[in-house]
Design a protein around this ligand. Structure first.
Ligand SMILES: [Zn+2]
Length: 128
């Protein structure tokens, strides 16, 4: 998903991703998130596998298929040095005129120990 996000100013991509706060999802969780009420358990191969007593095999499989979700992070455009916050899993890709300076600075301050110096001190449209 992040691969297709481009800088709204210069359309540059891919943007550099800085992960500040992540969670790991096992593939089973992801399937549950996509669960559709028209599907019943018999059409869900993961549920079926567990019911057949192949628990160990299923666990091995899941460990290899973890999905990293970025809860908080930054997308950084190297071309124009702009940073775009990711808050609660949502990338906020706004042009400068719609950004709120105070909120952006609060975000940078909150994560300043995890954000590369280059972004803290040089990023556009503003920085600490
Ligand atoms: Zn840019």
């Amino acid at each position: 998903m992040l691969d297709i996000l481009a800088c709204p100013l210069d359309k540059n991509y891919p943007l550099e991703l800085i992960e500040l706060n992540v969670k790991e999802l096992e593939k089973e969780d992801k399937v549950k998130e996509n669960y559709h009420p028209l599907n019943n358990d018999e059409n869900n191969p993961i549920v079926k596998k567990n019911n057949n007593g192949e628990g160990n095999k299923a666990n091995e499989l899941k460990q290899n298929e973890k999905v990293i979700i970025v809860i908080d992070g930054i997308l950084y455009c190297k071309k124009c040095s702009r940073f775009y916050p990711i808050i609660d899993e949502i990338p906020i890709m706004l042009p400068d005129e719609l950004r709120e300076k105070e909120k952006d600075l609060q975000f940078l301050t909150k994560w300043k120990h995890s954000i590369p110096e280059e972004i803290l001190t040089n990023s556009n449209p503003w920085h600490l």
